[in-house]
Design a protein around this ligand. Sequence first.
Ligand code: GLC
Length: 498
Amino acid sequence: MTKNKLKIISICSELDPFAKTGGMADVARSLPKSLKKLGHFVRVVAPLYSQIDKVKHKLKLIKENIPLKIDKSKTVSINIWQGFLMENLPIYFIEEKNILSYQYSKENRPQELYIGVHDAQRFYIFDLATIELLKILDIKPDIIQCHDWQTGLIPYLLKNNYKADTHFINTAIVYTIHNLTYQMGINWWEIPLDKRESGLGELPLFTSKDLLKNVNFAKRAIRNTDIINTVSEKYSEEIMTKKFGNELHAVLKYKKDGVFGIINGIDYSDWNPSTDPGLECQYDFDSLSGKTKNKLYLQKFLNLTEEVKIPIISWTSRLTEQKGIELIKEIIEPILRMNVQLVILGEGAKQYEEYFRKLSKKHPKKIAAMFDFDNQKETMILAGADIFLLPSRFEPCGLAQMKSLRYGTIPVVHAVGGLVDTIIDFNPKTNKGNGFVFTRYDSRDLLIAITRAVENHKHRDTWLRLVRKAMQQSFSWEIPAQKYVLLFKKAIRNHQNI
Ligand code: GLC
């Protein structure tokens, strides 16, 4: 029988507010907190990047100069720093100065955590150090939850190199897939076919960098973990198809009885328009005039025409192809002909930043673009905007649409992945639905959805009803966290049956 209170270790390469490039950092922060609130023993392990400010975050050095033998070719030296996610929820940061925590770029932009060519070595160190850390601190977990490829060697190492180690005899592993596109430090699709590995067999020597960089961390994780889950139910089905499987669909299908989906939540104390200190005016579903004040403030702040009636369409995601920017580019002219404003906040591919920079210069009263993403700017926009765009080509979960609902900004989304699980198309006749959904990944279909949103915005009563309803919905972590506990117990049972 499984115990009621579990010992859970969550291992992640990103953790808000310490290091973040995307939504995984939010999940790595909120899920452990919710599990802790349910009474479980929870610890988090993360890399100490050079960008992380130890003083600001009050990190404390707890272990120093621990030799870590990776294999016969290499031994490195590890330090462990301790921080806290909340009371009684410590985070252990792993520092290895020469490779993992090395400052690779002079600019050292906070959002640039990954280096590409060096990342196989960096995360090999991190994964092995994490396993050793649990031994040093004498933590015998019931569950190790690994988030995405950066932690992917942990299941492999535990099931192979540590097979005979009694320390982990009762430890089950859950591998959580946030985005299957990312499988290793370099892009898997750029590796010549004959160099793509099967995910079986021993790892190359650490110092054989050219061989190590072709190791597929995600594939090794999938092959060796007790249970796999994705961050929405829909995505767990999608990744078993050729279209969304990123060449791992066959391996996943082989393990299909152990593949599950649990939709993410958002932390309702972090994302709350009635308490958000960064807003011009706090508001809730019963005080929507506050949202109007935020809208006027946003227009003023961004130098746009100050007019309540003009709908503001917003974008606050990474500027990557995944998020559907190509579709927006195709229909930018018809969008600009509408009486709307466009507000962009996103970091990412330089060519997209350049595109929106030029566009906003050309239409300063209609388009505003910012490329220095932070949570405060994000909520300032969500509070002030009316419509929110997330036309992703694929979307494992998507947190932005839940945040936008929370702030009463109505999403326009492509019916894919987690967007299917969270957004229902609005029907003004029945008042059912919480957003505008298009099903074919096509710019004309997106334009129709945007037009429908803009048309509905003209009917103030309908729109306000929609906004109120969106704000009253709950996508908190409470239920997903309970589902994770059930999943962890299943992983433990699977592990015991091996
Ligand atoms: C990744 C996915 C996104 C998901 C997030 C958190 O960034 O692309 O869909 O919401 O991880 O799980």
